[in-house]
Design a protein around this ligand. Structure first.
Ligand SMILES: [Zn+2]
Length: 276
């Protein structure tokens, strides 16, 4: 019976502990395995198992944050599910620090600890909240990219409605240009924009991104700029592209039921990636 149990533990630990895991995760997984064995033979209380599981979860969340938030990985390299994992990991830290502060507070209220002993717990909670803020703002950039890709997907599937003189402007407009767009031209656009507006061109996606790839779109050689097509900057950019005969798509407001995100896509339309 014990052999079967130990075999099961080995499988579980192998799944939990992958080759790319950090030392902290590996050591927490090993600890969990050890505690599980002790609990199985009645040599340790069940409560120890919960603590070891909690420690492994904390180590995994720390690893997620190290990999996805603190390692300077580019937004273009993050997928939607990684963004979700990052926010969940940061939320886990906030919840844990809140609980620790609550427990410490109870001890202070019961006169078991001095009031100033709360300071490190409060500092940890502040840090965890700060990390959660960073994770959320990074995840919102990924969400913006998802909305941009979905808008382009819908545009590719549904041809533009003709513009009517009195009606609203179409959801998207395209300018065919010469159907080619080079890196040198992008540099010129960026320089001209910066000279005109004293701020960098707000590029949301440059070339292929993990989000495009995950949603099956080839965005190589294309650039998305987070500008409203009818705002001052958007109109300037469109005029510049038309004069330079650079193709673009201008995406307007959000429309109910459609994931349109206002932006200007420079270059030919994205094509569907062909599965290997
Ligand atoms: Zn695009």
């Amino acid at each position: 019976m014990l052999t079967i149990r130990l075999a099961a533990i080995f499988v579980l630990t192998s799944i939990a502990c992958r080759a790319q895991d950090s030392i902290r995760v590996r050591s927490a997984a090993e600890d969990l395995e050890r505690v599980r064995e002790l609990v199985a033979v009645g040599a340790a209380p069940r409560h120890q198992l919960e603590l070891a599981e909690e420690k492994l979860q904390e180590a995994k969340q720390a690893q997620s944050l190290d990999t996805l938030l603190f390692s300077q990985v580019k937004i273009e390299e993050l997928t939607e599910s990684q963004a979700k994992e990052m926010v969940e990991a940061a939320t886990g830290f906030v919840d844990r620090e809140k609980l620790r502060l609550d427990q410490a507070l109870k001890m202070v209220e019961n006169g078991l600890r001095p009031k100033h002993s709360l300071e490190p717990f409060e500092d940890n909670l502040t840090r965890a909240n700060h990390t959660l803020g960073l994770a959320k703002s990074r995840a919102s950039l990924v969400q913006e990219l998802v909305a941009i890709v979905m808008a382009e997907k819908e545009a590719a599937e549904h041809p533009a409605e003709p513009e009517t003189p009195k009606g609203p402007k179409p959801v998207f407009e395209k300018f065919d240009g010469k159907m080619a767009f080079s890196t040198a031209e992008l540099k010129q656009v960026m320089l001209a924009y910066e000279k005109r507006f004293s701020s960098p061109l707000p590029i949301s996606a440059r070339g292929e991104t993990a989000v495009h790839k995950a949603l099956g779109y080839d965005h190589r050689g294309r650039v998305d700029v987070g500008l409203k097509p009818d705002g001052e900057q958007g109109l300037w950019l469109r005029h510049y592209l038309e004069v330079a005969k650079i193709p673009y798509f201008a995406f307007r407001k959000w429309v109910p039921g459609q994931a349109t995100a206002p932006h200007i896509h420079i270059g030919p339309p994205s094509t569907r990636l062909v599965a290997d």
